[in-house]
Design a protein around this ligand. Structure first.
Ligand SMILES: [Zn+2]
Length: 246
């Protein structure tokens, strides 16, 4: 029978590399998600400012037309004043002219205000557009980083998963299940014995057990303190060995 614990060690070596790859990706997806939300927020703010600016511009265009109409009317009313038949008619025209003038002045004041408002809003829009651009650049950078990482990793990942599957099929299922169970507590479920200690929790291992671990290659030894599977350091396979096709 093949050495079952050795297969377990091969799987552990592969799992360590898979965990490393997972760590490389790490925070990137979350960061990208936040960057996308930031872009959306910036875009909304800029759109809002843009629509207020357009409203103001429409008002200004309309106001210019209205002013022209009011001036024409004022002019016509002034001319009528020369053709009045009595004081009462003259006074009535005067009141009408005053009303037209008041309306004109009100609109002119609003037009002047709108100039300042427009200037402010255009500054705000510039700043918001700069922020939007910055957010978009950040999003693009994160997307590139994630893309690059997954491109580089995909091949290795697939290869590792295939090899893991290969070794797992050779392993007794209860042994693999036990290993997986330990891995829910300790990601490094199988660790080398180093300096006569468990390299997972640094507990000392008795000389008697050290001898046994070296002697009985196909027996699974667990650390009495942390429960990790112990493996002789000098026999721990390299990643290349785990990846190689036998
Ligand atoms: Zn331990």
């Amino acid at each position: 029978m093949q050495n079952q614990v050795y297969y377990l060690a091969l799987i552990a070596v592969i799992d360590r590399r898979l965990d490393e790859l997972q760590e490389d990706v790490g925070e990137l997806p979350d960061q990208l998600q936040r960057a996308r939300q930031a872009v959306e927020r910036c875009q909304e703010l800029a759109n809002e400012t843009q629509s207020i600016i357009e409203e103001l511009r429409t008002f200004r265009a309309q106001a210019h037309l209205t002013l022209q109409e009011l001036r024409d009317r004022e002019h016509r009313l002034s001319e009528q004043q020369f053709r009045v038949r009595n004081n009462r008619e003259f006074d009535a025209l005067t009141r009408e002219i005053q009303a037209v003038r008041a309306e004109r002045e009100h609109i002119e004041q609003e037009l002047r205000n709108s100039v300042v408002k427009l200037e402010n809003l255009e500054h705000i829009l510039q700043r918001q557009e700069a922020e939007l651009l910055h957010a978009q650049q950040e999003q693009a950078e994160l997307e590139r980083a994630l893309q690059l990482l997954s491109n580089n990793q995909n091949e290795e990942l697939l290869q590792l998963q295939r090899r893991r599957q290969y070794w797992a099929e050779k392993l007794r299922s209860e042994l693999l299940a036990e290993y997986e169970r330990i891995r829910t507590f300790h990601r490094d479920a199988l660790v080398p014995v180093r300096r006569e200690s468990c390299s997972g929790c640094y507990s000392r291992i008795t000389p008697q057990r050290l001898v046994e671990i070296r002697m009985y290659r196909d027996r699974m030894f667990r650390c009495e303190s942390c429960g990790r599977i112990l493996y002789p350091e000098e026999r721990l396979p390299e990643l290349e060995e785990a990846e190689a096709i036998p």
